[in-house]
Design a protein around this ligand. Structure first.
Ligand SMILES: Cc1cc2nc3c(=O)[nH]c(=O)nc-3n(C[C@H](O)[C@H](O)[C@H](O)COP(=O)(O)O)c2cc1C
Length: 330
C-alpha cells in the first residue's frame, strides 16, 4: 500500500526507470494558491549534482494534471507527475539475480515473486521522494505560518561535511549522516493521544523515506540518562512556552506550542563501488558483485528537503483533523 493520511491523503506511484513518478493528494482544501513554479525551489534542493550525489541528471519538472484551476486548488484530488528521462536500465540487468546487500532487491523479488521492476530499484527508488517533496510543498502552504527547516548535522560522525564526503569518495565508500528538523510557530493541540501521537505520525512518515534507520525527539536517547528535574520543561506562561525543550514540543502526543525538534539517522548508501559478495538467486551460490549504475555516495545530502516535506504532510493531516482552516489561519 502506498497511501498515507486521514484527511490529507497522499498516494505515491511510479518506478525509477518507468515513464514517470508522481503523487495524488486527496483531501486538500480549495483555495490554496498553487502553480508549477511553487514547487521548483524545494525540488531543486532534492536534486543531485553536488559532490557526493549521483551523476543521474533529471529535469524534475512537475506537471500538475488535476485539482488546480486558475492558480488555486479546487478541492478535487491534485495529481502531480514527473517524467523519468535520464535512465540507463542496462546498468541494472545483473541485479535481477544478484540482489544488492542492503538494498530492497531481495525483499522485492521475494515479495512480488520476481515480477518487481528491478531497474534502478524500481518502485523502491529515491525517485519516489519527488512525490513526497511535491506533496510537502502543498502541505507547507496549508499549514502556514508553521515553519519547517531541516539541515545536515554530521556525516559519518564528522561535522566537517565536505571532509567526510571527500574521505568516502577517496575510499570508494558510502556514508551515513544525521539530519535535524525543527518545526516552529506551532499551535497548541495538534496530535492525538496514543496511536496518532505527533511522534508516531511523524515517525511513520519519516520511515517512508528510503534509507532512514533511526529517529529521536528532543533529548531523545539522552533522556534515559537524565533526572526528572533535568528533563522536565518548565512552563513559563499561558502560551505554553517552556524554559527548555527536552520534550521536543510534544506532551501526551500533542503539540505544546514549543518547537518540534527531532533528528534522524540516515544509513550509508547500499550501492557502493567496492567489490562485495552476494547470493545469486539463479545459481544458489555466493558470488562477487560489482555494482554498476550511478549512485549517491551520501544520500543524506539530499534528505533535508524530503524530511521537511514529510513533517509538513504529517502536520497538514493533524491540522485538518483539528478542524483548522488555512484561510483563517494566516
Ligand atoms: C535521496 C535519496 C537518494 C538515494 N540514492 C541511492 C542511490 O543512489 N543508491 C542506492 O543504492 N540507494 C539510494 N538510496 C537509498 C535506497 O533508496 C534505499 O536504501 C532502498 O530503497 C532500501 O530501503 P531501506 O534502505 O529503507 O531499507 C537513496 C535514498 C534517498 C532518500
Amino acid at each position: 500500500m502506498n497511501s498515507f493520511g486521514r484527511k490529507f491523503k497522499i498516494s505515491i506511484f511510479g518506478e525509477s526507470h518507468g515513464k514517470s513518478v508522481g503523487v495524488t493528494i486527496d483531501g486538500c482544501p480549495p483555495g490554496i494558491k498553487l502553480d508549477e513554479a511553487d514547487f521548483l525551489s524545494d525540488l531543486d534542493r532534492r536534486k543531485s549534482g553536488a559532490k557526493g550525489t549521483t551523476p543521474r541528471q533529471e529535469t524534475d519538472l512537475p506537471e500538475i494534471i488535476s485539482g488546480v484551476f486558475n492558480g488555486f486548488s479546487t478541492g478535487a484530488p491534485i495529481t502531480i507527475i514527473f517524467k523519468n528521462e535520464d535512465t540507463r536500465s542496462k546498468d541494472y540487468s545483473k541485479l535481477k539475480e544478484h540482489p544488492r546487500p542492503g538494498h530492497a532487491d531481495f525483499t522485492a523479488f521475494k515479495k512480488y515473486n520476481g515480477f518487481n521492476d528491478y531497474r534502478g530499484g524500481g518502485h523502491f527508488s529515491a525517485r519516489l521522494t519527488l512525490a513526497l517533496v511535491s506533496a510537502g510543498v502543498v502541505a507547507k502552504k496549508l499549514i502556514s505560518p508553521i515553519d519547517i527547516r531541516a539541515q545536515l548535522i554530521s556525516v559519518h560522525g564528522n561535522s566537517n561535511i565536505e571532509q567526510a564526503i571527500d574521505d568516502a569518495i577517496s575510499k570508494g565508500e558510502s556514508v551515513g549522516a544525521i539530519v535535524e528538523c525543527i518545526a516552529s510557530n506551532l499551535p497548541v493541540g495538534l496530535g492525538e493521544p496514543f496511536f496518532d501521537s505527533v511522534e508516531s505520525v511523524i515517525s511513520h512518515l519519516v520511515f517512508a523515506i528510503p534509507a532512514i534507520k533511526g529517529i529521536e525527539f528532543g533529548s531523545g536517547f539522552k533522556a534515559a540518562q537524565m533526572y526528572g528535574s533535568e528533563h522536565n520543561d518548565l512552563i513559563l506562561d499561558e502560551s505554553g512556552k517552556t524554559s527548555s525543550n527536552h520534550a521536543a514540543g510534544i506532551n501526551g502526543g500533542i503539540t505544546n506550542g514549543n518547537e518540534i525538534v527531532f533528528r534522524i539517522a540516515v544509513k550509508p548508501t547500499s550501492s557502493i563501488s567496492k567489490a562485495q559478495e552476494t547470493f545469486n538467486l539463479k545459481t544458489g551460490k555466493l558470488e562477487q558483485l560489482m555494482i554498476g549504475g550511478r549512485h549517491d555516495v551520501c544520500v543524506a545530502l539530499r534528505v533535508p528537503v524530503i524530511l521537511e516535506a514529510v513533517t509538513a504532510i504529517a502536520l497538514a493531516d493533524f491540522f485538518l483533523i483539528s478542524g483548522l482552516n488555512h484561510l483563517t489561519n494566516t
